[in-house]
Write a protein that binds this ligand. Structure first.
Ligand code: PMV
Length: 331
């Protein structure tokens, strides 16, 4: 990796991920440790490319997201850069230029790929050699789900128990080639969501009568998903993933004021996937804090699933991707 005197600049690609066993709720807000672990898959074709350029002439950090200066997001980015600066022993400011190749902040985990790419690019630009686990911990400080996007394939995030958050990181369970599932994303809205996942989960923890049950019933879901992935048992993974998704949304919906992330097309997509599975097509759904529905299927079935989802009124596009790798340095 380049040292600051040579370059002070690096570009990194991180992929988005979707959780099959969900994360919803924080243990420690400052350290951004999760109240529950989670298991995700990394998506090959949905990515963020981020360049971090440290420049002694800059008085403040800058953030350009998809070509637009985003002062509203800068605080969160600067806080994450501060952690990297602290590690490198420097206070030089950076210009961060970030491009997503998918709709931003509509439940497509742009914060996951965004913060994973940010810490990857910033550490490389400052000449730091960080182990993937350290990158995962840094990414977690920016966004809980970003800790998982450091890795490819099937990934588990550990909630950890250490007071300093040092055991709250993600690690790979199996690579993409081990079980080459397909993921479809049915786009049902392209607007940014009204309540982000951070404030949403804090509000659920404070007000949902189901939140305690969500946390208490979570560990067996992680155990089942681990077992399903190790055995490539699709039915078992389908059952536990849909259950975890609906439990998370039950906690969200029972929050005051309520958090209903779905629209009509989301529900129609959910019913479509359930009907197809009942008819023998190996597919299941999951939904994050947004209206897009993600369907996961065995390879060879994505064509039929895509045309079924694309035919639902309100679905503007269906993306199809395989599972992909972790952080990638770009030249
Ligand atoms: O990483 P955050 O803070 O945006 O939270 C992500 C929460 C969900 O996407 C809803 C679930 C998950 O585990 O990714």
């Amino acid at each position: 990796m380049a040292s600051l005197s040579e370059a002070g600049q690096a570009r990194v690609r991180a992929r988005s991920n979707i959780a099959l066993v969900k994360y919803w709720g924080k243990a420690d807000r400052k350290l951004n440790t999760p109240a529950v672990g989670s298991i995700s898959v990394t998506l090959n074709d949905l990515w963020t490319d981020t360049e971090a350029r440290f420049d002694p002439a800059l008085e403040t950090d800058r953030l350009l997201l998809n070509g637009v200066e985003r002062a509203d997001q800068l605080d969160r980015v600067s806080r994450c850069l501060d952690l990297v600066r602290e590690l490198a022993g420097t206070d030089i400011r950076a210009k961060v230029t970030s491009e997503n190749n998918f709709p931003t902040a509509a439940g497509l985990a742009s914060s996951a790929s965004g913060f994973a790419a940010l810490v990857g690019a910033a550490t490389a630009a400052l000449g730091l050699t960080c182990a993937p686990r350290e990158l995962s911990i840094l990414a977690r400080r920016g966004s809980g789900s970003a800790a998982r996007s450091v890795f490819g394939g099937f990934v588990e995030m550990h909630k950890g128990t250490a007071a300093d958050g040092s055991d709250s990181f993600a690690e790979p369970l199996a690579d993409a080639a081990t079980w080459p599932l397909k993921v479809l994303v049915a786009i049902t809205a392209r607007t940014e969501k009204a309540v982000g996942s951070g404030p949403g989960m804090s509000r659920s923890a404070e007000t949902s009568p189901y939140y305690a049950a969500w946390v208490a019933s979570h560990p067996p879901d992680l155990e089942t998903a681990r077992r399903a992935i190790a055995a490539c048992d699709f039915e078992l993974l389908a059952e536990v993933s849909e259950s975890s998704c609906l439990k998370m949304h039950a906690a969200a919906m029972s929050t005051r004021p309520p958090l209903v992330y779905w629209n009509g097309a989301t529900v129609d997509c959910l019913n479509c996937v359930r009907e197809l599975r009942a008819g023998g097509l190996p597919a299941f759904f999951t939904i994050d804090a947004g209206p897009q529905l993600k369907a996961i299927c065995l390879p060879g079935h994505e064509g039929r699933l895509k045309s079924a989802l694309a035919g639902i009124p309100g679905v503007s596009d269906v993306l199809v991707t395989e599972l992909g790798p972790g952080l990638e340095r770009l030249e």
